[in-house]
Design a protein. Sequence first.
Length: 118
Amino acid sequence: VQLQASGGGLVQAGGSLRLSCAASLDYYGIGWFRQAPGKEREAVSCISGGATYYVDSVKGRFTISSDNAKNTVYLQMNSLKPEDTAVYYCAGSNSRPYECISSAHESWGQGTQVTVSS
């Protein structure tokens, strides 16, 4: 398994969760994506070197970070809303230039469920 996502769970609206993505290989960029039932997968947040990206709906609430020593990327999710409910996937990309889009990521983790109750 090249990417292992963890940290999902059930939380009430306004609560917090921290997702972890442990990579067994090095990637130029790692992204978090999510897919809710009946909806297309969307990019949530990505990180490549010192650059970060956030979809507008999570700006100010989510923070992506990396621990290079542990080869792990984190997604701290605060002020969670019911609309954040989805399966969250982390994915790795060695494409250059790096783009925070699904098609640019060649390795995918198994997904972790995040459920936010109202």
